[in-house]
Design a protein around this ligand. Sequence first.
Ligand SMILES: C[S@@+](CC[C@H](N)C(=O)[O-])C[C@H]1O[C@@H](n2cnc3c(N)ncnc32)[C@H](O)[C@@H]1O
Length: 223
Amino acid sequence: MPLHDNSLTMWDRYYASDSGSWFFAKMIHWGREVYFGQLFARRVQRFGGDASSYLELGVGTAQTLTRLQRMTNASCTGIEKTPRAYELGKALAPNCTLVLGDALALPFPDASFDVIYSLGLFEHFEPQEQLKLLSEQARVARKRILIEVPTRSPHMLSIMWFNRVIRKRKGVWADDELFSRSHFRSKFPGLSFQYYFDWASGAMTCWFVLKPEDVKAFISGRS
Ligand SMILES: C[S@@+](CC[C@H](N)C(=O)[O-])C[C@H]1O[C@@H](n2cnc3c(N)ncnc32)[C@H](O)[C@@H]1O
């Protein structure tokens, strides 16, 4: 039994709410538009360091990627598996390259991008998929891997519990895995990373910053 609903059907419903149905999801889309897109683009620029190319995994409607491109003038690419989000992204971010595809099998050669990042993606995968995702990022990144995930904080635990138990929902904002520094360390023992708690996101998110060579060493040490 999977721990998370990361299905195309679930994501398609989430993006369909852009045109009206689910109030909560609509609020989130709006928040990304007016605040989080800008905040996260600044974070990616800062945590990523010197970079001339970025790849966002699970880019959604590209709200952050398009801002990052304008901010840095770098070459910005996003990969997304849900066709509805991909189409919305293409309209919103003509300054970026968007690809319809699977982050678990990146259609890019080794070391293609300086920085690879994901926002609100990692927490939707099963443990084995997370290892695959880490290994794909380490293969394709040159300098940094950034992972933004929801925090294991009281308000996030309450939101997930409410949506899962009371509203009987599955998927995003219901069965997301919540993270802390110690949770990440216990999942991936021995993997080097830097951790940032993001107060400006309303204490909803935190960031893990990794080097591709550290991830490669970790993955090869497991096999
Ligand atoms: C919470 S949304 C985040 C979207 C975007 N990063 C943002 O910040 O607005 C997660 C996205 O990941 C996409 N996704 C999930 N699994 C994926 C996979 N294996 N490959 C590519 N995209 C995936 C979903 O379709 C969804 O658009």
